[in-house]
Design a protein around this ligand. Structure first.
Ligand code: SF4
Length: 431
């Protein structure tokens, strides 16, 4: 059994087991021009087909992420932002929440310091990486996010939070509440805008937040599709039955479903058939429901990234600074860490030349995979040389240090030349 702790530092050992345990689908989509997809670093998804569909048809979709302003942005945070930028280029409307309330309660960072960290360590790096203006906001300043989190809390109880997060009695109330604030972040673009698919790219350790938010979204819906050989919709909540029946019937007919049977006692509508395009049917149902239920949302989708290994093992996390490289570090500092990294090398040089190394259990190879090899051919070269024993760990780490130095230097230069753009993000958020 995999235990997933969004705030912990342990690595996930078996992604197949994780998918089976938590009902996550394998990521089999090919995202052109996305290195994480091309290098099989996307290890799962929930309803990603809705996002693929929106991208292909140029339909509206949102992309959402958050950042915890309690330290420097590191390599482990970079992949999620690259995914966000990818979705922005593909037409997504972006929302980025600064979880300053969470860093206040869990890391004792006051709100003013959190703001400074969010801008200096995160936003400037995001802009340097290519992010364009979008809704970048602070949870503590967003009344509507907090208000909606309170609304959501109506449908979640403590035993559920304990089951998902393993919360113990010693947890502070704001910590317990923080997943609800995140759920509010994720659903708010639809609540305050129109219902549409929402992609949340996450590290595998963040899946509990997606699970909770999807469940909450479904609980607030009135038109609920139930398991059935055909199509069965139950009218949930306190929805006006007649309004709900007529909305559901309209969409069933629109999608060619016939022989619709209405059961007023059990508040259900049934048809023996199934829509030919189930995703379009589901989306239409939410849009139609929105006419009478302001809390109807499309459950968020996720693209789940394999967790990057820290250079000393474990999960790359700011809680373990020696194992993590921050984007604001100097090339010298980063280089020193890389030279001390764990590797998949053999006991001796002779053995490595004879048997080759193991790049699949090597944090240095991961640096190439996630950050340093620009092309698939570059990465293949490192892999083949390692496997054949023509590449030795000392030289490999030195090369990785140099490439990392170039990347950090380039980011620093771009950060400095991007500072004037920060205001655009702040203004955009207040629009
Ligand atoms: S040669 Fe490079 S990729 Fe291979 S095990 Fe050593 S450090 Fe890792």
């Amino acid at each position: 059994m995999e235990k997933i702790d969004p705030w912990g530092v342990s690595q996930i050992k078996n992604y197949q087991a994780m998918r089976e345990q938590f009902g996550i689908d394998q990521f089999n989509f090919n995202l052109e021009g996305n290195r994480f997809s091309e290098r099989s670093l996307l290890v799962g998804h929930r309803d990603f087909q809705l996002i693929k569909r929106a991208m292909e048809r140029k339909e509206k979709f949102y992309a959402m992420t958050g950042l915890m302003p309690s330290g420097e942005m590191h390599l482990g945070n970079k992949a999620v932002m690259e995914m966000m930028i990818y979705f922005q280029r593909k037409g997504a409307e972006l929302h980025i929440a600064v979880a300053d309330l969470e860093s206040y309660v869990t890391r004792d960072v006051d709100l003013e310091s959190a703001k400074n960290i969010a801008i200096e360590n995160f936003l400037l790096n995001y802009i340097a990486m290519g992010l364009k203006p979008c809704n970048f906001y602070f949870q503590s300043e967003s009344f509507r996010i907090q208000k909606f989190a309170n609304v959501l809390s109506k449908e979640v109880n403590m035993s559920e939070m304990k089951a998902i997060y393993g919360f113990e009695d010693s947890k502070k109330m704001l910590e317990i509440n923080s997943p609800l604030i995140q759920a509010s972040d994720i659903l708010s673009p639809q609540i305050y805008g129109e219902p549409a698919p929402t992609i949340v790219p996450v590290g595998a350790d963040q899946d509990p937040h997606i699970r909770l938010t999807r469940d909450i979204s479904k609980r607030f819906s009135s038109l609920r599709i139930q398991d059935s050989k055909g199509t069965r919709i139950s009218i949930g909540g306190k929805a006006d039955a007649e309004l709900a029946f007529s909305a559901a019937e309209k969409i069933m007919k629109k999608h060619g479903l016939a022989q619709i049977t209405k059961n007023s006692k059990y508040r259900t509508l049934e048809s023996p058939g199934r829509p030919s395009d189930q995703d379009a049917f589901n989306l239409d149902l939410v849009r139609e429901e929105r006419e009478f239920n302001p809390l109807a949302t499309v459950p968020p989708s996720s693209a789940i990234l394999r967790l990057e290994t820290g250079i000393k093992g474990g999960k790359m996390s700011k809680s373990v600074p020696d194992s993590t490289i921050s984007l604001n570090e100097t090339p010298q500092e980063a280089g020193k860490k890389i030279m001390k990294a764990l590797t998949g090398g053999r006991e001796s040089v002779e053995e490595q030349k004879k048997l080759g190394g193991n790049p699949y259990n090597c944090p240095v190879f991961e640096l190439y995979m996630y950050h340093l090899s620009e092309s698939a051919a570059d990465l293949k070269k490192v892999e083949n040389e390692c496997l054949s024993g023509t590449r030795l760990c000392g030289g490999c780490k030195k090369e990785a240090s140099e490439l990392m130095g170039e990347m950090l230097t380039s980011l620093k230069e771009k950060r400095e030349s991007s500072r004037h753009l920060v205001k655009e993000f702040m203004d955009f958020g207040s629009k």
